[in-house]
Design a protein around this ligand. Structure first.
Ligand code: AMP
Ligand code: GLY
Length: 423
């Protein structure tokens, strides 16, 4: 079959690598893709938000399955348009992708269906938000309602900071229309865990757990980024936590969406905080995580195409989802200065080492081909993933592999997975 993947990051490279392993697949296209994905797929110069062009391309090439990796096109309704054109697509329709697209929607859903999450209020009037803050407890968390590249969350330690935050989000519109509505919620403490799951509208099958490192600097300092590295599984995600989440969070979320007339098919990514009062939902995403996919997918034993088709067909209950009994760590190699200001266009050396080593992967995030050479082309450049028998071994392997890769301006965190030392 012919598969089209929509997106251009490390996540889409990890998806492409899984798809390439399937016996069912003869040809992979990726729109727009990057220099790493181009080694597995034919990349086409169509942007992820160019819906008409994507539909035309899928029809012209008689694509059998489209996999949408990114949040923007999902929230914007790409799946609806492809399905209306008769093209099988893996991902939630617009009315279900709102689970990620509107934090106010997802908070109200959790409240209505008693799904554990931080206490909150939604506001569309900045005056009311400011009045509410006068009597609030600090720290407090402000969230722009809509998509904001993972940057629309502000943790405020004082009334002054929170007032400035309301102004940034609602008045200055730092995150554009994403800030027309805002959630103000209770600050939670605990361990963060990401659990990605396959969903077919009624059945949910969680994947193995992972943990991201969102801040730019070692020791969780510096600015929030798209993610500087991940490990999987999380030692903090115990069997007890898993049993609780399945019963009180995962299935209730799927049932709630179905009850609201918004059946969810695709990936639900649960951002969880394991608090002293038990696990609570920090956020939902409607897609694989980036760079969570880079440690979860390499450990998956199933054929991704088979699982994706089961989600579309509503037969996920018949799938026995299995993961390897090992661990993986992904260290992101970024351009120095990310996430603010950085240079790009530097040639990258050492990438061929990964072909020589089983269990090692170099997923491209921001790269492009210039005159036959792969050069840096973004803030996050590469995701170096390695497996190991356990987390410590995987971490040592991943950091050893980061040394194979050389480019000017190379920056990484040195403490990805360090939390496991405390487990
Ligand atoms: P989100 O995009 O909602 O996942 O938020 C980004 C990050 O902000 C999360 O990964 C957490 O580290 C932090 N965060 C979000 N909500 C809360 C909360 N209620 N309490 C503490 N930290 C939070
Ligand atoms: N790594 C966090 C995300 O994909 O949203």
């Amino acid at each position: 079959m012919k598969v089209l993947i929509v997106g251009s990051g490390g996540r889409e490279h990890a998806i492409a690598a899984s798809v390439a392993k399937s016996d069912k697949v003869d040809k992979i296209y990726c729109a727009p893709g990057n220099a790493g994905i181009a080694q597995l797929a034919e990349c086409v110069a169509i942007g992820a938000m160019e819906f008409d062009k994507l539909v035309d391309f899928a029809k012209e090439k008689e694509i059998d399955l489209v996999i949408v990796g990114m949040d923007d096109p999902l929230v914007g309704g790409l799946v609806d348009e492809l399905e209306e054109a008769g093209i099988r697509t893996f991902g939630p329709r617009k009315n279900a992708a709102i689970l990620e697209g509107s934090k106010a929607f997802s908070k109200d859903l959790m409240k209505k269906y008693n799904i554990p999450t931080a206490a909150y209020e939604n506001f569309d009037d900045p005056e009311k938000a400011l009045a509410y803050l006068e009597t609030a407890k600090f720290p407090i968390v402000l969230k722009a309602d809509g998509l904001a590249l993972g940057k629309g969350v502000l943790i405020c330690n004082s009334l002054e900071e929170a007032k400035a935050g309301v102004a940034e989000i609602m008045l200055d519109k730092k995150f554009g229309t994403a800030g027309n509505t805002m959630v103000i919620e209770e600050f939670m403490t605990g361990r963060e865990v990401s659990v990605l799951s396959f969903v077919d509208g009624k059945t949910i099958k969680p994947m193995t757990s992972a943990q991201d490192h969102k801040r730019a600097g070692d020791g969780d300092t510096g600015l929030n980024t798209g993610g500087m590295g991940t490990f999987s599984p999380s030692p903090f995600y115990t069997e007890e936590v898993d049993a609780f989440c399945r019963k009180y969070i995962y299935q209730p979320t799927v049932d709630a969406m179905a009850a609201e007339g918004r059946p969810f098919k695709g990936i639900i990514f649960f951002g969880l905080m394991i608090t002293a009062d038990g696990p609570k939902v920090l956020e939902y995403n409607a897609r694989f995580g980036d760079p969570e996919a880079q440690v979860v997918l390499p450990r998956m034993k199933n054929d991704l195409i088979e699982v994706a088709e089961a989600c579309i067909d509503g037969t996920l209950d018949q799938v026995d989802l299995q993961f390897e009994d090992n661990a993986a760590v992904c260290v992101v190699l970024a351009s120095d200065g990310y996430p603010v200001k950085y240079e790009k266009g530097f040639p990258i050396d050492g990438l061929d080492e990964f072909d020589k080593h089983e269990g090692y992967y170099c997923f491209h995030a921001g790269t492009k081909l210039v005159d036959g050479r792969i050069v840096t082309n973004g803030g996050r450049v590469l995701g170096v993933t390695a497996k190991g028998e356990n987390l410590k071994e995987a971490r040592a392997n991943a950091y050893a592999a980061t040394e194979w890769v050389k480019f000017e301006n190379k920056y990484m965190r040195h403490d990805i997975g360090k939390a496991i030392d405390e487990a």
